[in-house]
Design a protein around this ligand. Sequence first.
Ligand SMILES: [Zn+2]
Ligand SMILES: [Zn+2]
Length: 112
Amino acid sequence: MRNLCKECGQRPVAINYYKEGKLFYRSKCDHCASGRNEGVPLWKKAGYKKKTACDKCGFTSKYIEQFNIFYVDGNPTNCRYTNLKTVCANCQRILHKLKLPWRQGDLVPDQL
Ligand SMILES: [Zn+2]
Ligand SMILES: [Zn+2]
């Protein structure tokens, strides 16, 4: 099993090298390891803050790690607050199933 990148948590880690029939991985994905990830997602730059309640089902948690940001129109450059939703992990799955245009925003380390 390939781990997810410890920086973005979104992409699988990059392959580091292959030795004696075994693959060795890095702790970060290609994207983060190359430093192309600027760290601060657009929605955050726009001043939007993750809520502690799901905009879809109303689930609340004091752990914001349980929520992700979604772009309602699927356009990650549209950072108007009406286009941004805080969605819990459960609803995230449902969104996927419903095939809505909603697109997940970039993850950020929560303890910055
Ligand atoms: Zn990454
Ligand atoms: Zn929800």
